[in-house]
Design a protein around this ligand. Structure first.
Ligand code: GCU
Length: 429
């Protein structure tokens, strides 16, 4: 009997301690200075010390750096500084003809080397035949370069992919049957036929999209295997954003693209990565977020569609550990996503939503976009985004801010690309 009492006492105490530490974790997750702030009273134009942002100087020198710091510490995590050596090898170069449009296609292997460790990525580039320094769209793909066109010269990824019946993947790897199956997401004839270029790589080249620790992908390159992950360190979205920046670095060294203007683009989780790449790397001249949803363009506070608990339960590894402390407490964050979008300003920003993509909360994406004009208007006094959420197939374009609501589901389609391309050509002349 006595033994049972001791047993229940120990279990009870352990439970009490773990419940207390969960409660403590949300109260104490913010640094002591930030803990004093009322989350309800935060705004993109108000600094954490209450200073108002009424000019570009205060935005760029005070509010913008503190917001980036906040996103690093509490959402996407801090990426360590690391600078590997890069070796580029041209694996294939050919002229592809897609729906009557001829284009230069190159497959390039990049080997990153740091402290005796190596990591490879494969970049596929598609450029117009006779245009020097075209605008280049830079985006990661979900199923490897060979999924975007059936030509045999495109690299089949050997990395982990999400299982997908249409692509006939087997045990998380693509198969020969997967070739070209995602071509509809990458309308090469439209992109190159409009005089633009595309550079893409498989997101798994930078980090596998699976919860398998933080030692593979670029983590393995950047940090030692003995590294103990802290609460504010990077997750996959930051690793993928690093990959986008590496494609940018490649373009700056590559033939015919040294002076190209570039557009970071991404769909869904890769839209979140494109936004974060645009924030952390100002070499991107424009950013496109397509259906990026929770932790992308959508507001946390609307509490529609996906929320922090839902996203971090399935994908804890996309974010810093700190982010999980906000599970069920989205409104305790001191930021909302108009702030993430504002960090792209004054560069052109295009947010694309889809009308029945409820999980991504298209209306919440529009609200972030609408509210981000508080910062875009510091640079352009004519910026005037209407409050009303557009109807399906509606497009709002004002100066360097653009939004559309494609009628339909969660996807990236030629309809979206047509608008992204026309807008990029207009703004990046
Ligand atoms: C899931 C996830 C979303 C993500 C999407 C995608 O639905 O919950 O946050 O955007 O996958 O990447 O397709």
């Amino acid at each position: 009997m006595k033994n049972y009492n001791v047993f229940f006492f120990i279990i009870g105490s352990l439970l009490a301690v773990s419940i207390a530490s969960c409660v403590r974790s949300i109260e104490k997750v913010h640094s002591p200075e930030l803990r004093k702030l009322d989350p309800k009273l935060q705004g993109v134009r108000k600094c954490f010390d209450n200073d108002q942002v009424n000019d570009v100087y205060t935005w760029e020198n005070k509010r913008k750096p503190e917001l980036i710091d906040y996103y690093e510490n509490y959402i996407f995590g801090k990426r360590p500084e690391f600078s590997p050596k890069r070796e580029f090898t041209l694996l294939a170069q050919d002229t592809l003809v897609v729906e009557g449009v001829s284009m230069i296609h190159k497959e390039v292997e990049v080997v990153f080397k740091l402290n005796g460790k190596r990591r490879k990525c494969f970049i596929a580039e598609f450029l117009p035949l006779d245009i020097e320094n075209p605008i280049v769209f830079v985006g990661l793909n979900f199923f490897g370069n060979a999924s975007i066109h059936p030509s045999l010269s495109l690299t089949q990824t050997k990395n982990y992919v999400i299982n997908n019946a249409t692509l006939q993947t087997e045990r998380h790897r693509v198969t020969e049957a997967s070739r070209g199956k995602k071509a509809y997401r990458w309308p090469l004839a439209l992109i190159v036929g409009s005089g633009c270029g595309l550079a893409t790589a498989h997101y798994g080249d930078f980090d596998a999209d699976v919860y398998n620790g933080f030692f593979d992908g670029v983590y393995g390159l950047a940090q030692s295997y003995l590294h103990v992950r802290k609460r504010n360190e990077w997750g996959s979205i930051s690793a993928w954003a690093w990959g986008l920046s590496e494609i940018q670095t490649f373009l700056e060294q590559g033939e015919g693209t040294k002076n190209s203007k570039t557009v970071a683009i991404g769909h869904s989780r890769l839209g979140k990565a494109a936004l974060w790449a645009g924030v952390t790397d100002e070499r991107f001249d424009m950013v496109v977020s397509n259906n990026s949803g929770c932790a992308g363009a959508a507001q946390f506070r609307t509490m529609r569609g996906e929320d922090i608990q839902k996203i971090t339960k399935r994908f804890p590894y996309w974010f810093s550990k700190n982010f999980r402390s906000f599970n069920g407490h989205d409104s305790l964050l001191l930021v909302d996503q108009e702030m993430l979008l504002s960090l792209i300003a004054p560069r052109p920003l295009y947010v694309g939503s889809a009308s029945i993509d409820a999980w991504s909360d298209p209306e919440g994406e529009y609200l972030s976009f609408y509210k981000a004009q508080a910062i875009y208007s510091l640079y352009d006094s004519k910026c005037d985004i209407p409050y009303g959420y557009p109807s399906p197939n509606g497009v709002v374009q004002e100066g360097n801010m653009a939004y559309h609501l494609r009628a339909g589901e969660h996807e990236i389609l030629a309809w979206d690309w047509e608008r992204y391309i026309a807008y990029a050509k207009n703004r990046l002349k």
